[in-house]
Design a protein around this ligand. Sequence first.
Ligand code: NDP
Length: 253
Amino acid sequence: MTGTMTGKVCLVTGASSGIGRATALELLRAGHTVYGLARRVEKMDVIQDAGGHAIGADVTSEADLDRAVQAVLDQHQRIDVLVNNAGTAVHGAAEEVPMERARQVFEVNLFGLARLTQLVLPQMRERRSGTIVNISSIAGEISLPLGAWYHASKHALEAYSDSLRQEVARFGVRVVVVQPGIIKTGFEDDTPRQLREISGHGPYAEVAEWMARRAEEGFGPGSKASDPRVVGRAVAEIVAARDPKPRYAVGHL
Ligand code: NDP
């Protein structure tokens, strides 16, 4: 078994697929103790097979997050690294996206991350040590049409992280933002599909058609989506770094 009882104790959200799974596996490979967190526990078998642990939890449920953090603390009395990666997106015109969907995006991408941070921070602050890695996106830097709520949530995550960094640096806690580019995951596959659904009809059909074509091309002629392991390796390097930068762009075109 790799990764058990050595290195740092890491909690990675959204570990049942894509970037989160790749990150959990890279952290295990680096010799850390890794807990993956996601709703679909069965999708974290690969993490368990590699010596990690899986916690079934929904980041929008405070009770789930309480239970998850307590389980890790009961076992190790510390969490050294929190990777807030769980994320969701909605594509659609700002005029048309139901507010319920918009709220759901913020519940996962911002409030879930913020609540988990509140639960993990006290012991990091008291121990004067810890790393919080928040997975943003290139979408947290720029904004495109039909992505208002996703962009807004990632811009909000960036601002939240910048404030948090300044609050907790004095306690030896590092806050790092990672901005992946286009990464080959189910999430990235879903973008053109959602845009195609809008492109067939309605007042935003034309911009949706244009955006769908761009998404299918990977947002650049001849561009290729990066492997999620690129992000996983970057997170492992950040965890190992003596003095990480506040922000890293990873897997950009
Ligand atoms: P995936 O769809 O492959 O993974 C998303 C993960 O988030 C899943 O493990 C899912 O687990 C988890 N998740 C979603 N909602 C919840 C919830 N309510 N509670 C717990 N876990 C949840 O996407 P990616 O790997 O691509 O995305 C990971 C992060 O990377 C996201 O924050 C995304 O915004 C960001 N990103 C992705 C890019 C890309 O091109 N792919 C580019 C830039 C940023 P489950 O469903 O089992 O709960």
